[in-house]
Design a protein around this ligand. Structure first.
Ligand SMILES: Cc1cc2nc3c(=O)[nH]c(=O)nc-3n(C[C@H](O)[C@H](O)[C@H](O)COP(=O)(O)OP(=O)(O)OC[C@H]3O[C@@H](n4cnc5c(N)ncnc54)[C@H](O)[C@@H]3O)c2cc1C
Length: 387
Protein backbone atom coordinates (compact mmCIF):
# COMPACT_ATOMS: atom_id res chain seq x y z
CA UNK A 1 0.00 0.00 0.00
CA UNK A 2 1.28 3.48 -0.78
CA UNK A 3 -0.15 5.62 1.97
CA UNK A 4 -1.13 9.06 0.65
CA UNK A 5 1.30 9.09 -2.27
CA UNK A 6 0.07 11.65 -4.80
CA UNK A 7 -1.24 10.07 -8.02
CA UNK A 8 1.67 11.37 -10.10
CA UNK A 9 4.22 9.78 -7.74
CA UNK A 10 2.25 6.55 -7.59
CA UNK A 11 2.48 6.27 -11.38
CA UNK A 12 6.17 7.18 -11.30
CA UNK A 13 6.76 4.42 -8.74
CA UNK A 14 4.92 1.92 -10.93
CA UNK A 15 7.04 2.76 -13.95
CA UNK A 16 10.20 2.32 -11.85
CA UNK A 17 8.98 -1.04 -10.63
CA UNK A 18 8.34 -2.25 -14.19
CA UNK A 19 11.84 -1.16 -15.17
CA UNK A 20 13.47 -2.97 -12.23
CA UNK A 21 11.42 -6.14 -12.69
CA UNK A 22 11.99 -6.43 -16.42
CA UNK A 23 15.42 -4.88 -16.97
CA UNK A 24 17.39 -5.11 -13.75
CA UNK A 25 16.42 -8.23 -11.85
CA UNK A 26 16.94 -10.59 -14.81
CA UNK A 27 20.57 -9.44 -15.22
CA UNK A 28 21.38 -8.43 -11.66
CA UNK A 29 24.22 -10.89 -11.10
CA UNK A 30 26.18 -9.78 -14.17
CA UNK A 31 26.02 -5.98 -14.11
CA UNK A 32 28.99 -5.05 -11.93
CA UNK A 33 32.76 -5.26 -12.03
CA UNK A 34 34.94 -6.07 -9.02
CA UNK A 35 32.17 -7.70 -7.03
CA UNK A 36 30.03 -4.64 -6.87
CA UNK A 37 31.80 -1.30 -6.73
CA UNK A 38 31.23 -0.30 -10.37
CA UNK A 39 28.86 -1.08 -13.24
CA UNK A 40 30.21 -2.64 -16.43
CA UNK A 41 30.23 0.04 -19.17
CA UNK A 42 27.44 -1.57 -21.22
CA UNK A 43 25.07 -1.66 -18.22
CA UNK A 44 26.11 1.81 -17.10
CA UNK A 45 25.16 3.24 -20.49
CA UNK A 46 21.93 1.30 -20.74
CA UNK A 47 20.75 2.26 -17.24
CA UNK A 48 21.74 5.93 -17.68
CA UNK A 49 19.64 6.04 -20.84
CA UNK A 50 16.67 4.54 -18.99
CA UNK A 51 17.17 7.05 -16.14
CA UNK A 52 16.77 9.84 -18.70
CA UNK A 53 13.67 8.27 -20.22
CA UNK A 54 12.04 7.50 -16.89
CA UNK A 55 12.74 10.95 -15.41
CA UNK A 56 15.33 10.42 -12.70
CA UNK A 57 18.47 11.60 -14.51
CA UNK A 58 20.15 14.33 -12.40
CA UNK A 59 17.30 13.81 -9.96
CA UNK A 60 18.83 15.76 -7.08
CA UNK A 61 20.19 18.63 -9.18
CA UNK A 62 17.92 21.71 -8.97
CA UNK A 63 16.11 22.67 -12.17
CA UNK A 64 17.94 26.00 -12.13
CA UNK A 65 21.16 24.02 -12.71
CA UNK A 66 19.71 21.86 -15.48
CA UNK A 67 18.61 18.93 -13.30
CA UNK A 68 15.29 17.20 -12.72
CA UNK A 69 15.03 18.78 -9.25
CA UNK A 70 12.95 15.91 -7.86
CA UNK A 71 11.55 16.23 -4.35
CA UNK A 72 13.11 14.17 -1.56
CA UNK A 73 9.95 12.04 -1.59
CA UNK A 74 10.24 11.34 -5.33
CA UNK A 75 13.95 10.55 -4.93
CA UNK A 76 13.06 8.17 -2.11
CA UNK A 77 10.80 6.29 -4.49
CA UNK A 78 13.65 5.94 -6.97
CA UNK A 79 16.00 4.64 -4.24
CA UNK A 80 13.32 2.32 -2.94
CA UNK A 81 12.42 0.74 -6.25
CA UNK A 82 15.97 0.47 -7.61
CA UNK A 83 17.14 -1.13 -4.37
CA UNK A 84 14.87 -4.10 -4.93
CA UNK A 85 17.66 -5.36 -7.16
CA UNK A 86 21.36 -5.89 -6.53
CA UNK A 87 22.07 -4.78 -10.13
CA UNK A 88 23.43 -1.42 -8.93
CA UNK A 89 26.24 -0.82 -6.45
CA UNK A 90 24.56 0.09 -3.16
CA UNK A 91 26.65 3.23 -2.64
CA UNK A 92 25.70 5.92 -5.14
CA UNK A 93 23.63 3.62 -7.39
CA UNK A 94 26.55 3.23 -9.81
CA UNK A 95 26.17 6.84 -10.93
CA UNK A 96 23.16 6.07 -13.13
CA UNK A 97 21.25 9.07 -11.81
CA UNK A 98 23.84 11.30 -13.48
CA UNK A 99 26.27 13.88 -12.15
CA UNK A 100 25.42 14.98 -8.64
CA UNK A 101 27.25 17.04 -6.06
CA UNK A 102 27.02 17.40 -2.31
CA UNK A 103 24.79 20.30 -1.34
CA UNK A 104 27.74 22.23 0.06
CA UNK A 105 29.05 22.93 -3.47
CA UNK A 106 25.94 24.96 -4.33
CA UNK A 107 27.21 27.64 -1.96
CA UNK A 108 30.27 28.25 -4.18
CA UNK A 109 30.33 31.61 -5.94
CA UNK A 110 32.12 33.36 -8.81
CA UNK A 111 35.32 31.70 -9.97
CA UNK A 112 34.93 28.72 -7.59
CA UNK A 113 31.47 28.04 -8.98
CA UNK A 114 32.83 28.14 -12.54
CA UNK A 115 35.82 25.98 -11.68
CA UNK A 116 34.18 23.29 -9.53
CA UNK A 117 30.38 23.35 -9.26
CA UNK A 118 29.43 23.77 -12.92
CA UNK A 119 31.95 21.26 -14.37
CA UNK A 120 30.88 18.75 -11.68
CA UNK A 121 27.23 19.17 -12.68
CA UNK A 122 28.16 18.74 -16.35
CA UNK A 123 29.95 15.51 -15.43
CA UNK A 124 33.34 16.92 -16.48
CA UNK A 125 34.84 16.84 -12.97
CA UNK A 126 34.36 14.38 -10.16
CA UNK A 127 34.58 14.91 -6.44
CA UNK A 128 35.16 12.75 -3.39
CA UNK A 129 34.30 13.57 0.21
CA UNK A 130 37.08 13.25 2.77
CA UNK A 131 36.07 13.46 6.42
CA UNK A 132 36.87 10.12 8.12
CA UNK A 133 40.31 9.51 9.65
CA UNK A 134 41.98 6.57 11.38
CA UNK A 135 41.11 8.15 14.76
CA UNK A 136 37.94 10.00 13.83
CA UNK A 137 34.97 8.26 12.23
CA UNK A 138 31.72 8.54 14.19
CA UNK A 139 33.25 11.46 16.07
CA UNK A 140 34.60 13.82 13.39
CA UNK A 141 35.15 16.50 16.05
CA UNK A 142 38.25 14.59 17.14
CA UNK A 143 39.89 14.80 13.70
CA UNK A 144 43.63 15.46 13.58
CA UNK A 145 43.94 16.78 10.05
CA UNK A 146 44.71 20.45 10.56
CA UNK A 147 44.54 23.45 8.26
CA UNK A 148 46.77 26.30 9.45
CA UNK A 149 46.38 29.75 7.93
CA UNK A 150 49.50 31.09 6.24
CA UNK A 151 48.83 34.44 4.55
CA UNK A 152 46.32 33.92 1.77
CA UNK A 153 46.72 30.12 1.94
CA UNK A 154 46.08 27.27 4.36
CA UNK A 155 48.66 24.54 4.92
CA UNK A 156 47.01 21.18 5.51
CA UNK A 157 48.50 18.07 7.14
CA UNK A 158 46.84 14.81 8.12
CA UNK A 159 45.54 11.40 7.06
CA UNK A 160 42.07 10.55 5.75
CA UNK A 161 40.79 7.00 5.66
CA UNK A 162 38.00 5.13 3.82
CA UNK A 163 37.53 7.75 1.10
CA UNK A 164 35.34 6.35 -1.66
CA UNK A 165 36.31 6.91 -5.30
CA UNK A 166 39.37 9.01 -4.39
CA UNK A 167 41.23 7.57 -7.39
CA UNK A 168 38.65 8.89 -9.86
CA UNK A 169 38.20 12.29 -8.26
CA UNK A 170 39.49 15.56 -9.70
CA UNK A 171 39.02 17.33 -6.38
CA UNK A 172 38.00 16.52 -2.83
CA UNK A 173 35.71 18.20 -0.39
CA UNK A 174 38.05 17.99 2.54
CA UNK A 175 37.08 18.49 6.17
CA UNK A 176 39.96 19.75 8.32
CA UNK A 177 40.30 21.24 11.78
CA UNK A 178 40.97 24.96 11.89
CA UNK A 179 40.57 24.94 15.69
CA UNK A 180 41.02 21.51 17.24
CA UNK A 181 39.87 22.70 20.67
CA UNK A 182 36.42 23.58 19.30
CA UNK A 183 36.07 20.32 17.35
CA UNK A 184 32.69 19.92 15.64
CA UNK A 185 31.38 23.03 17.46
CA UNK A 186 32.97 25.60 15.17
CA UNK A 187 36.44 24.10 14.75
CA UNK A 188 36.06 22.27 11.43
CA UNK A 189 36.23 23.84 7.99
CA UNK A 190 35.56 22.52 4.51
CA UNK A 191 38.05 23.02 1.66
CA UNK A 192 38.01 22.26 -2.04
CA UNK A 193 41.35 20.62 -2.82
CA UNK A 194 42.49 19.52 -6.28
CA UNK A 195 43.69 15.93 -6.14
CA UNK A 196 46.83 16.86 -8.08
CA UNK A 197 47.93 19.45 -5.51
CA UNK A 198 51.51 18.74 -4.35
CA UNK A 199 51.44 16.79 -1.06
CA UNK A 200 48.20 14.87 -1.72
CA UNK A 201 48.97 11.13 -1.93
CA UNK A 202 46.75 8.06 -2.21
CA UNK A 203 48.65 5.69 0.05
CA UNK A 204 46.48 2.59 0.51
CA UNK A 205 43.32 0.95 -0.75
CA UNK A 206 40.99 -1.24 1.30
CA UNK A 207 38.97 -4.22 0.07
CA UNK A 208 35.64 -4.69 1.80
CA UNK A 209 33.01 -7.42 2.10
CA UNK A 210 30.58 -5.31 0.02
CA UNK A 211 32.98 -4.82 -2.89
CA UNK A 212 33.58 -1.13 -2.16
CA UNK A 213 37.25 -0.17 -2.28
CA UNK A 214 37.83 3.11 -0.43
CA UNK A 215 41.23 4.82 -0.11
CA UNK A 216 43.58 6.25 2.44
CA UNK A 217 44.85 9.74 1.60
CA UNK A 218 47.88 11.38 3.17
CA UNK A 219 48.14 15.18 3.10
CA UNK A 220 51.64 16.57 3.62
CA UNK A 221 52.07 20.34 3.71
CA UNK A 222 49.30 20.77 1.14
CA UNK A 223 48.94 24.46 0.28
CA UNK A 224 45.40 25.49 -0.54
CA UNK A 225 44.33 29.07 -1.39
CA UNK A 226 42.11 30.58 1.33
CA UNK A 227 39.52 31.21 -1.41
CA UNK A 228 39.08 27.39 -1.55
CA UNK A 229 37.51 27.34 1.92
CA UNK A 230 33.76 26.76 1.59
CA UNK A 231 31.78 29.09 3.85
CA UNK A 232 33.24 30.74 6.93
CA UNK A 233 36.08 29.28 8.93
CA UNK A 234 34.75 26.72 11.42
CA UNK A 235 31.44 26.34 9.60
CA UNK A 236 32.36 23.19 7.66
CA UNK A 237 30.63 20.76 9.97
CA UNK A 238 27.45 22.80 10.06
CA UNK A 239 27.45 22.81 6.23
CA UNK A 240 28.03 19.04 6.17
CA UNK A 241 25.05 18.48 8.49
CA UNK A 242 22.74 20.21 6.01
CA UNK A 243 22.84 17.46 3.43
CA UNK A 244 23.06 14.58 5.87
CA UNK A 245 19.32 14.65 6.60
CA UNK A 246 18.44 13.75 3.02
CA UNK A 247 21.24 11.14 3.05
CA UNK A 248 19.72 9.41 6.06
CA UNK A 249 16.29 9.33 4.43
CA UNK A 250 17.99 7.81 1.39
CA UNK A 251 19.25 5.00 3.60
CA UNK A 252 15.67 4.49 4.78
CA UNK A 253 14.32 4.36 1.24
CA UNK A 254 16.97 1.92 0.10
CA UNK A 255 16.19 -0.32 3.07
CA UNK A 256 12.51 -0.37 2.05
CA UNK A 257 13.43 -1.77 -1.35
CA UNK A 258 15.74 -4.41 0.09
CA UNK A 259 13.17 -5.50 2.68
CA UNK A 260 10.37 -5.66 0.15
CA UNK A 261 12.38 -7.86 -2.21
CA UNK A 262 13.47 -10.11 0.68
CA UNK A 263 9.84 -10.45 1.76
CA UNK A 264 8.72 -11.29 -1.80
CA UNK A 265 11.45 -13.91 -2.13
CA UNK A 266 10.96 -15.41 1.32
CA UNK A 267 7.17 -15.71 0.98
CA UNK A 268 7.36 -17.29 -2.43
CA UNK A 269 10.09 -19.75 -1.39
CA UNK A 270 8.21 -20.68 1.80
CA UNK A 271 5.21 -21.66 -0.33
CA UNK A 272 7.15 -23.83 -2.76
CA UNK A 273 9.71 -25.52 -0.48
CA UNK A 274 8.55 -28.52 1.57
CA UNK A 275 10.32 -30.25 4.44
CA UNK A 276 9.00 -33.16 6.51
CA UNK A 277 6.01 -33.38 4.16
CA UNK A 278 4.73 -29.81 4.52
CA UNK A 279 5.55 -26.45 2.91
CA UNK A 280 7.71 -24.14 5.00
CA UNK A 281 4.85 -21.63 4.83
CA UNK A 282 2.79 -23.94 7.10
CA UNK A 283 5.31 -23.63 9.93
CA UNK A 284 4.67 -20.98 12.53
CA UNK A 285 8.41 -20.39 12.98
CA UNK A 286 8.56 -19.33 9.32
CA UNK A 287 5.25 -17.45 9.37
CA UNK A 288 6.49 -15.31 12.24
CA UNK A 289 9.58 -14.33 10.32
CA UNK A 290 7.41 -13.29 7.39
CA UNK A 291 5.03 -11.42 9.70
CA UNK A 292 7.93 -9.62 11.39
CA UNK A 293 9.32 -8.52 8.04
CA UNK A 294 5.93 -7.26 6.90
CA UNK A 295 5.13 -5.39 10.14
CA UNK A 296 8.44 -3.58 10.13
CA UNK A 297 8.21 -2.77 6.44
CA UNK A 298 4.79 -1.15 6.90
CA UNK A 299 6.11 0.96 9.80
CA UNK A 300 9.32 1.88 7.98
CA UNK A 301 7.51 3.07 4.87
CA UNK A 302 5.59 5.62 6.92
CA UNK A 303 8.82 6.78 8.58
CA UNK A 304 10.50 7.33 5.23
CA UNK A 305 7.57 9.14 3.67
CA UNK A 306 7.14 11.33 6.75
CA UNK A 307 10.82 12.30 6.92
CA UNK A 308 10.99 12.92 3.15
CA UNK A 309 7.84 15.04 3.20
CA UNK A 310 9.18 17.04 6.16
CA UNK A 311 12.42 17.81 4.30
CA UNK A 312 10.45 18.78 1.20
CA UNK A 313 8.44 21.26 3.27
CA UNK A 314 11.67 22.76 4.58
CA UNK A 315 10.94 21.59 8.13
CA UNK A 316 13.60 20.62 10.63
CA UNK A 317 13.24 16.88 10.02
CA UNK A 318 16.51 15.92 11.71
CA UNK A 319 14.97 13.64 14.31
CA UNK A 320 12.81 11.90 11.71
CA UNK A 321 15.91 11.38 9.58
CA UNK A 322 17.88 9.84 12.48
CA UNK A 323 14.97 7.53 13.31
CA UNK A 324 14.69 6.62 9.63
CA UNK A 325 18.36 5.70 9.25
CA UNK A 326 18.40 3.67 12.46
CA UNK A 327 15.11 1.82 12.08
CA UNK A 328 15.25 1.10 8.37
CA UNK A 329 18.89 0.00 8.13
CA UNK A 330 18.45 -2.31 11.12
CA UNK A 331 15.20 -3.62 9.65
CA UNK A 332 16.66 -4.39 6.23
CA UNK A 333 19.55 -6.30 7.75
CA UNK A 334 17.13 -8.41 9.81
CA UNK A 335 14.99 -8.94 6.68
CA UNK A 336 17.98 -10.10 4.63
CA UNK A 337 19.00 -12.37 7.50
CA UNK A 338 15.51 -13.91 7.86
CA UNK A 339 15.18 -14.29 4.10
CA UNK A 340 18.53 -16.12 4.17
CA UNK A 341 17.38 -18.36 7.02
CA UNK A 342 14.15 -19.29 5.23
CA UNK A 343 16.03 -20.18 2.04
CA UNK A 344 18.61 -22.33 3.79
CA UNK A 345 21.82 -23.25 1.97
CA UNK A 346 20.85 -21.90 -1.42
CA UNK A 347 20.76 -18.38 0.10
CA UNK A 348 24.47 -18.65 0.81
CA UNK A 349 25.29 -19.11 -2.86
CA UNK A 350 25.78 -16.36 -5.41
CA UNK A 351 22.94 -17.81 -7.51
CA UNK A 352 20.56 -15.66 -5.47
CA UNK A 353 20.86 -11.97 -4.49
CA UNK A 354 20.28 -12.63 -0.77
CA UNK A 355 23.89 -12.91 0.37
CA UNK A 356 24.66 -9.61 -1.35
CA UNK A 357 21.73 -7.85 0.28
CA UNK A 358 22.96 -9.28 3.60
CA UNK A 359 26.54 -8.02 3.09
CA UNK A 360 25.38 -4.59 1.97
CA UNK A 361 22.89 -4.12 4.74
CA UNK A 362 25.38 -5.27 7.34
CA UNK A 363 27.67 -2.45 6.26
CA UNK A 364 24.98 0.22 6.56
CA UNK A 365 24.66 -0.47 10.28
CA UNK A 366 28.17 1.03 10.52
CA UNK A 367 28.76 3.52 7.69
CA UNK A 368 27.29 7.00 7.24
CA UNK A 369 26.26 7.01 10.91
CA UNK A 370 26.53 3.82 12.97
CA UNK A 371 23.30 2.61 14.59
CA UNK A 372 24.59 3.40 18.08
CA UNK A 373 25.40 6.95 17.03
CA UNK A 374 21.87 7.38 15.64
CA UNK A 375 20.53 6.16 18.98
CA UNK A 376 22.84 8.50 20.87
CA UNK A 377 21.38 11.56 19.13
CA UNK A 378 17.83 10.22 19.37
CA UNK A 379 18.33 9.72 23.12
CA UNK A 380 19.56 13.32 23.47
CA UNK A 381 16.34 14.47 21.84
CA UNK A 382 14.22 12.21 24.06
CA UNK A 383 15.90 13.49 27.24
CA UNK A 384 15.38 17.09 26.13
CA UNK A 385 11.77 16.63 25.07
CA UNK A 386 10.25 14.10 27.47
CA UNK A 387 10.07 13.68 31.24
C1 LIG B 1 33.14 1.26 2.21
C2 LIG B 1 33.26 2.53 2.99
C3 LIG B 1 33.16 3.74 2.35
C4 LIG B 1 33.31 4.94 3.07
N1 LIG B 1 33.30 6.13 2.38
C5 LIG B 1 33.62 7.26 3.05
C6 LIG B 1 33.83 8.49 2.33
O1 LIG B 1 33.70 8.55 1.09
N2 LIG B 1 34.19 9.60 3.02
C7 LIG B 1 34.34 9.59 4.38
O2 LIG B 1 34.67 10.62 4.95
N3 LIG B 1 34.15 8.43 5.10
C8 LIG B 1 33.81 7.28 4.47
N4 LIG B 1 33.66 6.09 5.17
C9 LIG B 1 33.83 6.11 6.62
C10 LIG B 1 32.59 5.73 7.41
O3 LIG B 1 31.63 6.74 7.32
C11 LIG B 1 33.05 5.41 8.84
O4 LIG B 1 33.63 4.11 8.81
C12 LIG B 1 31.93 5.45 9.83
O5 LIG B 1 31.55 6.79 10.04
C13 LIG B 1 32.31 4.84 11.18
O6 LIG B 1 33.51 5.36 11.65
P1 LIG B 1 34.66 4.37 12.21
O7 LIG B 1 34.80 3.28 11.22
O8 LIG B 1 35.84 5.17 12.55
O9 LIG B 1 34.03 3.74 13.53
P2 LIG B 1 34.15 4.34 15.02
O10 LIG B 1 33.74 5.77 15.05
O11 LIG B 1 35.48 3.99 15.58
O12 LIG B 1 33.04 3.47 15.75
C14 LIG B 1 33.20 2.05 15.94
C15 LIG B 1 31.92 1.50 16.51
O13 LIG B 1 31.75 2.03 17.82
C16 LIG B 1 30.39 2.20 18.11
N5 LIG B 1 30.19 3.58 18.57
C17 LIG B 1 30.75 4.71 18.07
N6 LIG B 1 30.34 5.79 18.77
C18 LIG B 1 29.49 5.32 19.73
C19 LIG B 1 28.71 5.94 20.76
N7 LIG B 1 28.72 7.26 20.95
N8 LIG B 1 27.95 5.15 21.55
C20 LIG B 1 27.94 3.80 21.37
N9 LIG B 1 28.62 3.17 20.41
C21 LIG B 1 29.39 3.92 19.60
C22 LIG B 1 29.60 1.87 16.83
O14 LIG B 1 29.09 0.56 16.96
C23 LIG B 1 30.65 1.91 15.74
O15 LIG B 1 30.36 1.00 14.70
C24 LIG B 1 33.51 4.90 4.47
C25 LIG B 1 33.59 3.67 5.13
C26 LIG B 1 33.49 2.49 4.41
C27 LIG B 1 33.64 1.19 5.14
Amino acid sequence: MDFELPEELRLFKQSLRRFVDSEMIPVERQTTLEDGEKLKPEYYQRFCQRAKELGFWKMDVPEAFGGAGLSVLARSLVEQELSRSIALPARGMGGITGPSVRAILYSLKGEMKEKYLLPALRGEKRACFAQTEPDAGSDPGSMRTVAVRDGDHYVINGVKRFISHADEADFMQLMAATDRAKGSHGGISCFIVDMNTPGVKLTARYSTMMGDRPWEIVLENVRVPASHRVGDEGEGFRHAQQWLGAGRVRHGARALGVTERCLEMAASYAKQRSTFGRPLADRQAVQWMLADMYIELEAARLLVYKAATGLDKGEDARQDAYVCKYFCDEMAFRAADMCMQIHGGIALTTDLPIEKFWRQQRSFRITEGASEVMKMVIARHVLKTYG
